[in-house]
Design a protein around this ligand. Structure first.
Ligand SMILES: Nc1nc2c(ncn2[C@@H]2O[C@H](COP(=O)(O)OP(=O)(O)OP(=O)(O)O)[C@@H](O)[C@H]2O)c(=O)[nH]1
Ligand SMILES: [Mg+2]
Length: 429
């Protein structure tokens, strides 16, 4: 096991949770031999203050860790300065997150995305090393000389170009699949939310699946899509990578094809762990909203799902739901419903109820009157309607008249059965 010293600098602007940092270190597989904390504004040269640096030096000498890991973001020049002082590998929070991603990436796509993000992160570090060599420093990036460092930079750029192209291909592929699914009348749901909120557990419960769900951060990096039925309707639900506070743009960019599942969904389920203390829920909720905003997915119908209600009391859940509503009202965010569930224990009634309602407000639905002239076709028509919408009323007679909400894209499917269709209203907005 790799041994690490953690460093956390807290300031007015940087709200860093020590608990979360320790959790990240644990998830990345480090043995934490010491944690150093400091309250102060950022020191331009070392991030932490000079006095703290001396303390850290002493600790490094004494404990001989493999790495020193900062909970803050380090500038390339700070990383370099720290390395010069401590002579031990220095990484910051985002490199730590990327290390976790690397361990968890299974699919080819996830692996490429992680590699792209890591390379993107390295570019300024390598450039800084080159700048320092030019100024007379002897060792470049990871101890390489000037020529090697230059070559390395070239290699990084080449590799990034290649990965981007490959990811483009994956993206096009995904787009085709998504279209096909929509064409057969699926409603697309995306699970979004902070890491460890219970997204994969919810997908498992919804779809009767067994994808990995564990009490650790970033269990899921690959995108998984499963089908289930909501009433009679066909639904696809997609689970993707979890969010974290301040998810930096370079990670969002690298994971774009994965996160795009959220952008392309009909409904977003934003999952929160309701058993946590309110300040934690609030922090994670706001962080999730920020990522959704960055993805331009905030205008989608969204259901806030308070998960793990089995771990707390009913009043507590109610109180937190009200506070969530306050936040969204304050910020003018469009949330269709707030529901509480226990994904682990299969308590999903509230979620099903909300989805039934929200689904029918989707712009892709419309109200139609369907006339069936051949009685023997009625069962077949009804089955299809149930899969792509909802029957509102049926009038049997010489000809059967059905009023129903159905997906407008599925009209062709119905006409093929030889029925007559008339639109009753304009689509909901
Ligand atoms: N008590 C309780 N635990 C739950 C519930 N839902 C999920 N958990 C637990 O919470 C932990 C995290 O669940 P996951 O489903 O892996 O969470 P995730 O959101 O997919 O996490 P990442 O993939 O890391 O983003 C696991 O230990 C689950 O067993 C619930 O309703 N009640
Ligand atoms: Mg997961």
């Amino acid at each position: 096991m790799m041994r690490a010293i953690g460093v956390i600098r807290k300031s007015r602007r940087e709200r860093i949770s020590r608990e979360e940092f320790e959790e990240l270190l644990r998830s990345a597989g480090y043995e934490v031999v010491a944690i150093l904390e400091q309250n102060r504004e950022e020191h331009p040269k070392y991030n932490i203050g000079k006095g703290k640096l001396e303390e850290l030096k002493e600790l490094v000498r004494e404990l001989q860790p493999d790495k020193v890991i900062f909970a803050n973001k380090l500038t390339p020049s700070q990383a370099y300065n720290l390395w010069k002082e401590l002579r031990v590998e220095i990484i910051d929070k985002w490199q730590l997150v990327l290390e976790i991603f690397e361990r968890r990436a299974h699919s080819k796509e996830a692996k490429l995305q992680v590699e792209l993000a890591s390379l993107q992160y390295e570019v300024p570090l390598v450039k800084e090393a080159i700048r320092r060599i030019k100024l007379g420093d002897r060792a470049g990036f990871k101890g390489m000389g000037e020529y090697q460092t230059q070559q390395y930079l070239k290699h990084i750029r080449y590799r990034m170009g290649k990965i981007r192209k490959e990811l483009e291909r994956v993206k096009a592929d995904r787009e085709v699949k998504r279209k096909r699914r929509e064409e057969v009348g699926f409603i697309l749901l995306a699970l979004a939310g902070y890491t460890n909120a219970g997204k994969s557990t919810l997908l498992n419960t919804l779809a009767g699946e067994e994808i990995e769900a564990r009490d650790q951060m970033f269990t899921t990096l690959d995108t998984t899509t499963r089908r289930f039925k909501l009433g009679g309707k066909r639904v696809l639900v997609t689970d993707t990578v979890g969010f974290i506070d301040g998810l930096p743009p370079f990670i969002v960019e690298a994971f774009h094809s994965t996160l795009e599942e959220i952008v392309k969904a009909d409904i977003v389920l934003l999952v929160l762990d309701v058993s946590e203390p309110w300040p934690e829920i609030r922090r994670k909720f706001l962080a999730s909203l920020n990522v959704l905003r960055e993805l331009k997915a905030l205008d989608k119908p969204m259901v806030v799902v308070l998960n793990k209600r089995d771990l707390t009391s009913e009043e507590d859940v109610k109180d937190k739901a009200e506070r969530i509503i306050e936040i969204v009202e304050e910020r003018g965010i469009n949330v269709s419903r707030v529901v509480s569930i226990s994904a682990k224990f299969g308590q999903l009634e509230e979620l099903y109820g909300a989805l039934e309602e929200v689904v029918l407000t989707l712009p892709k639905y419309g109200a139609f009157e369907i006339t069936v002239r051949e009685p023997e076709k009625v069962p077949q028509v009804m089955a299809l309607i149930n899969a792509i919408g909802e029957v509102l009323s049926v009038e049997y007679g010489e000809e059967t008249k059905i009023e129903a909400y159905i997906q407008t894209g599925m009209i062709k499917e119905l006409t093929r059965l030889g029925v007559e269709i008339k639109r009753l209203n304009q689509p909901h907005q």
